[in-house]
Design a binder for this molecule. Structure first.
Ligand code: ADP
Length: 450
């Protein structure tokens, strides 16, 4: 039985895991870098242990230190959160070798799904629609040209080990294939230590729709409906909502069933997400990848289903069976999440770390804030720029949008620039309000002022 969880992460997700663990009556140990000694998570955990200097490679990514910290603090489980080691199968294996429960799926599944081109091949075999493109990775220019010839321009070259929108190149003409192929491979090598790339048809202006999955160790897999994550800049999400404003119920259930089937076919036994691109013209959807971890945007699914995903992750890792069935799940109301990043939206979302001199957070009905900061806190420059997530729930989309507008007006942060002004603009935007927005929406606001 799990009794003490070491949290191998930082920021808001570390706080979120501490909260779930405490409600389950479990002890928490926060593994933190020297830069995070004064973090909110460090104040809330039962115990803390320093795992190294500020750079992530020497602390949050240095898994030998993290495992030693778990053994030294007698932790019997590790929650990796998202990012850092969350999708590192060697880390999951190392935990198992030391008899520490890794709160996530089996390492073989992390490994297979972490290789995005392999994941596509695997799910395609179980009948899941995938974006047309290369079957597996492309190891020569010749092969790249053959695929391009077959699927037609535009195409997107993507890193097999990809994540965070890195290592992607959109190619519209034959003369650019070689240059883009080489630069995508180079960027992938720099970012992931793995230069392998694959090619997909580039779908012009799709919606990014993803389905939340929960599987247990007894062969049960359920889906918790979809999230619409189409508001992105540089292929990274900024605002998410659940359910999607434009997916009809029939499509919703079909996507859910396909996502469950894909997860079941790989023996999935934790919380995970199947990501699709949805073509709003043809209403076709295509698998792009599976994320084998909890996602940043998980709270909106929690708001509309009433399911605490982190608690289920922990209980499933402990061997518990899912105690509800698909037909018991239903969507209640509508939820929206705005990512509050320490960035300047007027300066191309450049990071804006610094000290939060004043902080007033919104409250009242239907508001949830998942944050890792407090007044007087200095945001370290070493990590991700997200400092808080503002999540609202409303009885319907209209109430959720009105509530988000009200909450953004109440949110007051002094000392740093944040994405709050951007979110306020989106909540008033007519394309956003129509629900018809696609992944090119942020670019359109910036370049065309739509
Ligand atoms: P990452 O793992 O780096 O996040 P994804 O494969 O999840 O990469 O894609 C991130 C985003 O990039 C998608 O949400 C979408 O906006 C865009 N994208 C990826 N593949 C395609 C494609 N084939 N056509 C159009 N847009 C794409």
């Amino acid at each position: 039985m799990i009794s003490r969880i070491l949290i191998a992460n930082r920021g808001e997700i570390a706080v979120r895991i501490i909260r779930a663990a405490k409600e389950l009556g479990l002890k928490t140990v926060l593994a933190h870098s020297k830069a995070d000694r004064d973090s909110l998570a460090a104040k809330l955990a039962d115990e803390t242990v320093c795992i190294g200097p500020p750079p992530a490679v020497e602390s949050y990514l240095f898994y030998q230190n993290i495992i030693s910290a778990a053994l030294a603090t007698k932790s019997d489980a590790i929650h990796p959160g998202y990012g850092f080691l969350a999708e590192n199968w060697q880390f999951a294996d190392a935990c198992r070798a030391m008899k520490i429960r890794f709160i996530g799926p089996k390492s073989s599944v992390i490994r297979n799904m972490g290789d995005k081109s392999k994941a596509k091949t695997l799910v395609k075999e179980s009948g899941v629609p995938v974006v047309p493109g290369s079957d597996g990775e492309i190891d020569s220019l010749q092969k790249a040209l053959e695929v391009v010839e077959r699927v037609g321009f535009p195409v997107i070259i993507k890193a097999s080990a990809g994540g965070g929108g890195k290592g992607m190149r959109i190619v519209c003409e034959k003369k650019d294939v070689e240059k883009s192929f080489n630069s995508a491979a180079y960027e992938a090598q720099q970012a992931f230590g793995d230069s392998r790339v694959y090619i997909e048809k580039y779908i012009a202006a799709p919606k990014h729709i993803e389905v939340q999955i929960l599987g247990d160790k007894h062969g049960n897999v359920l889906h918790l409906f979809e999230r619409d994550c189409s508001i992105q800049r540089r292929h990274q999400k900024l605002i998410e909502e659940a359910p999607s404003p434009i997916i009809d119920n029939e499509t919703r259930m079909k996507m859910g069933e396909i996502a469950s089937k894909a997860a079941q076919s790989v023996g999935y036994d934790s919380a995970g997400t199947i990501e699709f691109l949805y073509d709003i013209e043809t209403r076709q959807f295509y698998f792009i990848e599976m994320n084998t971890r909890i996602q940043v945007e998980h709270p909106i699914t929690e708001c509309i289903t009433g399911i605490d995903l982190i608690k289920y992750q922990i209980r499933i890792a402990d061997g518990d069976k899912l105690d509800f069935s698909q037909d018991k799940l239903k969507i209640t109301g509508h939820a929206i999440e705005c990512r509050i990043n320490a960035e300047d939206p007027e300066k191309e979302f450049n990071p804006s770390p610094g000290k939060i001199s004043q902080l007033i957070v919104p409250g009242g009905p239907g508001i949830r804030i998942d944050s890792g900061v407090y007044p007087g806190y200095s945001i370290p420059p070493f990590y991700d720029s997200m400092v808080a997530k503002l999540i609202v729930w409303g009885a319907d989309r209209r109430e959720a949008v009105d509530r988000m507008k009200r909450a953004l007006d109440e949110f007051y942060i002094e000392g740093i620039k944040t994405t709050i002004p951007f979110h306020k603009e989106v909540m008033r935007n007519r394309i956003f309000l129509s629900g018809q927005y696609t992944t090119d929406f942020v670019g359109k606001i910036q370049n065309q002022g739509v």
